[in-house]
Design a protein around this ligand. Structure first.
Ligand code: ADP
Ligand code: GLC
Length: 490
């Protein structure tokens, strides 16, 4: 049936970050791009976010006051102000929950001592705001632990309020982060009854409560961001101590792979690039971007060099121990390495050390910089994503869109989105390795280099195949829409 004549679905997205207001990683990209894609599929979408102080003023000043009220929150009856500030953009309505007690610090996260109360407040305020605005969606789509109290509150404290008719979806973007804290603290900040602090809902270990676990138990449907990760999280290695819980709820668990916003990420129109290009001009134009990148970063300017990019949060999830192990071995006079990221001090220091050791060959940008990320995607030849685990991964998708060949470990969404180059059939989009071992990463990079240096014709064909690949949200947004239809048949 034509999507425009099908019943319209309304959905409220609740999550802790959203590009361009606030973003620390892929969750921010998804919270921006998926609602837009759903709006194009005839869905009515509201995105509910905290109004953090770190949101740039150019957005804050455009927000319009929608109302305010006081809300009871804590077990001792303490109540807090809830303001609603609205911003409408590109078919999507953004409602920001305003409260200075909770959202002044952090970028946007600080530490669990502050973050637990912050997101207990936010989850309840989001539901209360929907009731206040009298906007009762068909589906409430919650993202990661920061919004994971929503399904629980909906079926308990909000069970007799108008919002009760909504169904819930919990999407796991990263099972590692669960919002675990001691039971008394979480009981205090949620004022939930003792009986939900049992082993099937909140309780974890002897004395802790796990907010994500509880949300997963109460949600009508659980999704995660790739099919492979949906399977992996049911195993002890990837399950982050929740594998049994995931297996228990496997009947309502689905994997839907992420896409990227192909307007935001379009080498043909990207204003941040030195030279724009589409698939027909990629080979000459990419050389211009490569030159500009080498100049920008103080690398030796030579388009014959093989530039490997790495754009990542610097945490152990991202396979940086493997990179650390192989990096010196990659320095051969023909290879340059560009790192852009922030995170754990041990990785930041390691990359600073390599930049110093191999001046003009390795450049480590220990910073968060959107513009530079765009220029690395366009100017590098290959992008490294050797993750220990990767629920979906967006950097390999962006790389392909920019004609940059991904080198990835076969895990999670990396496995689902990068087809390994086959030297016999001459098909594939990138280079892959399976076990988490430095030698295998080294071997994958060397296979890439061999094709780049000795078989450029086939390398260039792969670059064009990558650009031709559909990495948009189109297909996956339709799958979410079908889920909304299933949850609320009419
Ligand atoms: P994760 O969400 O686990 O961090 P993803 O691959 O899903 O990983 O998404 C990462 C997103 O963050 C991409 O849009 C990537 O370009 C961006 N990114 C990561 N680090 C930086 C950085 N230092 N500067 C700019 N953008 C970054
Ligand atoms: C998480 C995951 C990443 C995924 C992103 C968006 O941050 O680490 O793999 O792409 O969420 O879903």
């Amino acid at each position: 049936m034509d999507i425009n004549t099908e019943t319209r679905r309304s959905v409220a997205f609740i999550g802790s970050e959203c590009y361009p207001f606030v973003k620390t990683g892929g969750l921010g990209d998804v919270m921006y791009a998926l609602p837009k894609a759903l709006a194009d599929l005839n869905c009515d979408v509201k995105v509910i976010l905290p109004r953090y102080h770190c949101i740039p003023w150019k957005y804050q000043e455009k927000m319009v006051y929608r109302g305010s009220f006081n809300m009871d929150l804590c077990a001792d009856g303490t109540s807090y102000y809830v303001g609603i500030m609205e911003y409408v953009w590109d078919g999507v309505v953004y409602d920001f929950i305003d409260n200075d007690d909770f959202f002044t610090n952090g970028n946007p996260y600080t530490n669990l001592v502050d973050d637990i109360p912050k997101y207990c407040y936010f989850s309840k305020a989001a539901l209360a705001a929907l009731n206040y605005m009298n906007w009762i969606p068909d589906v409430i789509h919650c993202h990661d632990w920061q919004a994971s109290l929503v399904p629980v509150l909906l079926r308990t404290q909000f069970a007799d309020t108008p919002i009760k008719d909504a169904k819930t979806i919990m999407t796991i973007h990263n099972l590692r982060f669960q919002g675990v804290y001691n039971i008394p603290t979480i009981r205090y900040w949620t004022n939930l009854p003792e009986d939900v602090f049992n082993i099937d809902v909140f309780k974890t270990g002897y004395e802790d409560a796990n907010i994500l676990k509880a949300g997963l138990a109460y949600a009508d449907i659980i999704t995660t961001v790739s099919d492979t990760y949906a399977g992996e999280i049911q195993t002890p290695f990837y399950g982050e101590h929740l594998d049994a819980h995931m297996r228990h709820h496997a009947g309502k668990l689905r994997g839907i792979v992420n896409g990227i916003d192909v307007v935001q990420w379009d080498p043909k129109t990207d204003p941040k690039l030195a030279a724009n290009y589409d698939i027909s001009e990629v080979l000459p134009q990419k050389k211009l971007n490569k030159k500009a990148l080498q100049e920008e970063l103080g690398l030796e300017v030579d388009d014959g060099k093989f530039i490997i990019g790495l754009i990542s949060r610097l945490t152990d999830q991202k396979g940086l121990d493997l990179v650390d192990a192989v990096l010196p071995g990659l320095i051969d006079g023909n290879t340059q390495i560009v790192v852009l990221g922030t995170g754990d001090a041990k990785y930041e220091d390691a990359f600073r050390y390599y930049e110093n050791e191999y001046k003009g060959t390795v450049c480590s940008c220990i910073m968060y910089d959107e513009g530079r990320a765009h220029r690395i995607y366009a100017g590098a030849d290959a992008l490294l994503v050797p993750s220990l685990f990767e629920p979906c991964g967006l950097t390999q998708l962006i790389a392909m869109r920019y004609g940059t060949v991904p080198i990835v470990r076969e895990t999670g969404g990396l496995y689902d989105t990068v087809e390994p180059f086959n030297q016999f059939t001459l098909q594939g989009n990138g280079f892959t390795f399976d076990r988490y071992e430095a030698d295998l990463l080294y071997d994958a990079i060397n296979r890439a280099k061999t094709v780049f240096f000795t078989d450029r014709w086939h390398w260039d064909e792969m670059v064009q195949r990558d650009m031709a690949k559909d990495v948009s949200w189109e297909a996956s947004a339709r799958q979410y829409r079908e889920l909304y239809m299933e949850l609320k048949p009419q």
